[in-house]
Design a protein around this ligand. Structure first.
Ligand code: EPZ
Length: 418
């Protein structure tokens, strides 16, 4: 097992380029299956979720080549419509391979991805959306068998604006004759990035970022070269690292327009933030002020993937704040470890009340999921003494060597074998 070892008290200061977004890269890799021609993503971070997606694509018969951070996927030789069981379980987001595989083969078999630490992660909206396109879905023994032989364009309405379900239906519909409409679609920036990349491949999708997305079916897609958008959650996490330590940070290639909910909350806590296109500068006060409340919502509301990082900030802030997690059912699992570091968090259901304390203290704690692990690192940056965060591999799912990035910014963080 690998762990992060953090010696607290160092200011996080300096400039860093923001990596491409995990939650854009994963659906973009899936979309490469929609064409027989090579698709190149010019900037893919070295994160384990991307590596697992590449393993899945390779097992389906794709050729994947890398040159630096650029990745080219050639799906001309794809021969398999059955998702590998072991890998499907390893990475939940493999579920949005369903749409592309159905588009290519008109049939698909995937394993139920199952839940994870933050919630049950059902896929009923994915399946109901595909059924609206005429896909016959049979669920048995933990497997999902999809028959798309009679697939057609259609009207899809989501009871909840699910990110993955929106992406799945977009990709399933891209070559269906006629026009498909998705109502109550997810509006996350990664959806627009997927639309724009598919359009660069010859697709005809419009409306991403709004409540309704229209997909006009085309005969076929061709290859493309595409730069994914940068990661608003990694950028937000790095801003929090500076905010936690009274530091000062500059982020280049920052998705400024996609981070309004995050930057306005950090301003509410006393940070001074300067914005230019693709550039963010944050200067933090010696001690943050608690915000009164934070509610996670689908975009453009406050992103759930930044909730636990803000919880960590609140722990050491002046005052009391309330966080309500409206998106996932179990996203306060790191409150216990934060309290072991001296925080004062009271959780009840989807609500956490945090009374800020002056000091946090180093402890040995455990990452249970990707963003919670990052939040424990943030707490360690401020804590007096040494903090060890076990299971660094969970953080590696979405951060490209977080310890190296923070070390480059002046923090005393290293990775150790434990
Ligand atoms: C995507 O997950 C992201 N993952 C998540 O990021 C992110 O937290 C989430 O969107 C919300 O923004 C990727 O993009 C790879 P949802 P996804 O479908 O698509 C319920 C991270 O840390 N739901 O919008 O799974 C679900 O239970 C990860 O980077 C159904 O009920 O999110 C949840 O309560 C974590 N039925 C809510 O919707 C369904 O069929 C949001 O889920 C699907 C979802």
């Amino acid at each position: 097992m690998e762990s992060f070892l953090i010696k607290g008290g160092k200011r996080v200061e300096g400039s860093l380029r923001v990596d491409s977004a995990k939650n854009a890269v994963l659906p973009l890799l899936a979309a490469c299956v929609l064409t027989e021609e090579p698709v190149t993503l010019t900037d893919v971070p070295h994160i384990s979720d991307a590596h697992h997606m590449v393993e899945i694509l390779t097992m389906l018969g794709c050729q994947v080549t890398c040159e630096g951070k650029a990745m080219t996927v050639s799906a001309g030789g794809i021969h398999n419509w059955e998702m590998p069981d072991r890998l499907s379980k390893q990475i939940r987001s493999s579920i949005f391979m369903l749409g592309p595989i159905l588009s290519r083969f008109r049939k698909a078999t995937v394993t139920y991805p199952g839940g994870c630490e933050i919630g049950l992660r059902p896929i009923d909206l994915h399946l109901s959306g595909l059924r609206s396109l005429g896909v016959v879905v049979h669920e048995e023994g933990g497997m999902i068998y999809c028959d798309g032989s009679d697939m057609h364009a259609g009207e899809v309405h989501f009871d909840y604006p699910s990110v993955g379900a929106t992406e799945n239906v977009m990709m399933a519909a891209v070559c269906l004759p006629g026009t498909t409409a998705i109502h109550n679609a997810a509006r996350e920036p990664e959806i627009a990035d997927l639309q724009n990349c598919i359009n660069a491949m010859g697709g005809k999708i419009r409306g991403a970022g709004g409540h309704t997305i229209e997909i006009e079916g085309v005969d076929r897609l061709h290859g493309a070269v595409w730069e994914p958008i940068s990661d608003r959650i990694v950028a937000g996490t790095l801003l929090c690292a500076a905010a936690m330590t009274g530091g000062e940070i500059e982020l280049t290639r920052a998705p400024v327009d996609d981070m309004i909910a995050i930057t306005s909350k950090l301003r509410e806590m006393g940070c001074v933030i300067h914005e230019e296109p693709k550039l963010l500068r944050l200067k933090a006060p010696e001690r943050l002020a608690a915000f009164s409340q934070l509610q996670t919502q689908p975009h453009p509301g406050f992103p759930t993937d930044m909730q636990v990082q803000m919880l960590a900030l609140l722990c050491a802030a002046e005052g009391t704040g309330v966080i309500v997690e409206n998106v996932f059912e179990n996203r306060f699992t790191h409150a216990g470890d934060l309290n072991r570091m001296g925080a004062n968090i009271l959780c009840s259901g989807r609500t956490a009340v945090v009374r800020g304390v002056k000091n946090l203290y180093g402890a040995r704690v455990t990452a249970r999921d990707l963003r919670g692990g990052a939040a424990l690192v943030l707490a360690g940056l401020r804590a007096q003494g040494v903090t060890q965060v076990d299971h660094a591999e969970l953080v590696d799912r979405g951060y490209d060597h977080l310890e190296a990035q923070l070390y480059q910014l002046g923090a005393d963080v290293k990775r150790i074998e434990t």
